[in-house]
Write a protein that binds this ligand. Structure first.
Ligand SMILES: [Ca+2]
Ligand SMILES: [Ca+2]
Length: 496
């Protein structure tokens, strides 16, 4: 449906020779007359409905959204339309993060724009919620559809796309109850940039966070944490890139995801090719067969950390599988024999961000040529050390203030904040107490003087923790606690 406004605009474009699209303004609080042909052309004349704006939008246009929650609609009884989703023409860009009324700077944190499918308004994802939030229409155009600075929540699928191309930038997908996928991409090329998937649940026989069939999926500096796939579902998966899809993940983190399915439950199963570059996997759990499972596929694991995941297997491939290459990575000990230039040393990851702590085996240990991105997964410069002999770090985080394999503290900004603590008794008989200045969540590791890991355990909002290494001989032991970006390094003496 083309309005007078868009026809006039097209005529102006033709007249001026410009290829730029229109800017369409949407403000939830707008009281502009919806019948005016000029509605949507400025903040003062903004639409108060995303649906109305989308009805006039065309390839090349951009839509600006003010803060607040935009809901999809309930299906009318007997509706011909299968869904109450927002229909997005291919080639339209949608930007969130504008203040109410439009005056002031765009700030996606301060002015959160949310697109929600919570049709029964209970704040929880359930079967009564919207089937899809956004349907990206297949239109033959060279322009990509763009979603920028928007949080999507509380539906079964966020974006369904067929024969299209889209990009998400600075978006969050949270609290979905996916029956097929949070993203369902059929013959679609999708790029996820600085995009977060958190607290989603995959249910049903064929379900995943990312369901793509055909086309390609690329994720850059994106973060996947606290997602779960339900148990006892035949094909339930954290992420499923079936056959004929090329997958590439760069500078991404995967933390505390749980795959509970008993069959083909893997985190990144079969695609036609899969590359993991500078990604960090930590504290993910998968019953079987492994957190990365590939079928009929070549897999490249490059500059990537896989550490302390609660699974027996990291990578499995079927007998008909392709070639697995693991290079310049930190991997479980069992995979060292099939890896090159790699280690199983503790990368000293912080949680939940998976940053590298001082002394990490991953610092300056990667191969620059594998990663073309200039930033790490957290928008830091990728190689900060300067000098031609310094290298990219392994994993999603590039630690500042280090130099070529010999970590050092920068005099000014890079000192690791110290957490206050007390340790007693010291020396001890092997049983001693660490008492913190505040409730602490993190990871404690104890090493002997040969740098062998003696003990590793997690703390959760702990004030006082007893460490027992009484089975160890007399000597000095190094206790390292990593808690977000703070650290304790303590020397404990055992003397009987
Ligand atoms: Ca609901
Ligand atoms: Ca480095």
């Amino acid at each position: 449906m083309r309005t007078i406004k868009s026809i006039v605009f097209t005529a102006i474009m033709f007249w001026t020779g410009t290829t730029l699209g229109a800017t369409i303004y949407v403000d939830l609080g707008s009281t502009a007359d919806q019948l005016s042909p000029s509605v949507g052309t400025s903040w003062a004349l903004a639409y108060n409905s995303l649906r109305e704006a989308l009805a006039t939008a065309q390839n090349g246009d951009e839509i600006l959204l003010t803060e607040g929650t935009y809901y999809t609609q309930t299906l009318a009884p007997g509706s011909v339309c299968m869904t109450g989703a927002f229909i997005v023409p291919n080639g339209v860009s949608i930007y969130g993060g504008y203040p109410a009324g439009g005056a002031g700077s765009r700030d996606i944190s301060a002015h959160a724009t949310i697109i929600s499918g919570d049709l029964n308004s209970n704040g929880a994802a359930d079967a009564s919620d919207a089937r899809e939030l956004m349907l990206v229409q297949a239109v033959s155009t060279s322009n990509q559809t763009v979603f920028d600075g928007i949080t999507f929540e509380l539906a079964r699928t966020a974006i369904r796309s067929e024969q299209a191309s889209y990009k998400t930038v600075d978006c969050t997908f949270r609290n979905f109850r996916a029956e097929q996928g949070v993203l369902v991409n059929m013959d679609t090329d999708a790029i996820l940039v600085r995009t977060t998937f958190e607290d989603n649940l995959a249910v049903g026989r064929i379900s995943a966070l990312l369901f793509t069939d055909g086309g390609s999926l690329e994720a850059i500096s994106s973060h996947f944490h606290d997602n779960t796939s339900e148990s006892l579902k035949t094909f339930g998966a954290g992420m499923w890139l079936p056959m004929d899809t090329d997958g590439k993940f760069t500078n991404c983190t995967f933390y505390n995801n749980q795959g509970l399915s008993s069959r083909l439950p893997s985190f990144l199963p079969s695609s036609s090719s899969l590359e993991l570059i500078n990604c960090s996997f930590h504290s993910n759990a998968q019953t079987s067969p492994g957190i990365v499972h590939v079928v009929f596929t070549d897999l490249n694991v490059l500059n990537t950390v896989v550490y302390d995941d609660q699974t027996l297997e990291f990578v499995t491939a079927s007998a008909a599988g392709g070639v697995i290459t693991i290079d310049y990575s930190v991997v479980p000990t069992a995979y060292l024999s099939q890896a090159t230039n790699s280690t199983d040393s503790d990368p000293l990851l912080t949680t939940p961000d998976l940053h590298l702590s001082l002394g990490s085996s991953a610092i300056d240990a990667g191969l620059d040529a594998y990663n073309a991105e200039l930033k790490d997964g957290f928008n830091n410069d990728r190689i900060q050390d300067g000098g031609s002999s310094c290298s990219i770090d392994i994993g999603a985080h590039e630690r500042a203030g280090t130099a070529c394999g010999t970590p050092k503290l920068d005099e000014e900004s890079e000192a690791v904040p110290v957490l206050g603590y007390n340790a007693y008794p010291n020396p001890s008989n092997g049983v001693f107490v660490l008492e913190f200045s505040e409730e602490t969540t993190g990871h404690i590791r104890v090493y002997d003087l040969q740098a062998r890991l003696i003990l590793s355990m997690k703390l959760n909002e702990t004030l006082r923790h007893t460490i027992n290494i009484s089975d160890q001989p007399n000597g000095v032991y190094q206790v390292i606690l990593n808690s977000n970006d703070r650290q304790i390094t303590h020397l404990a003496m055992v003397q009987r």
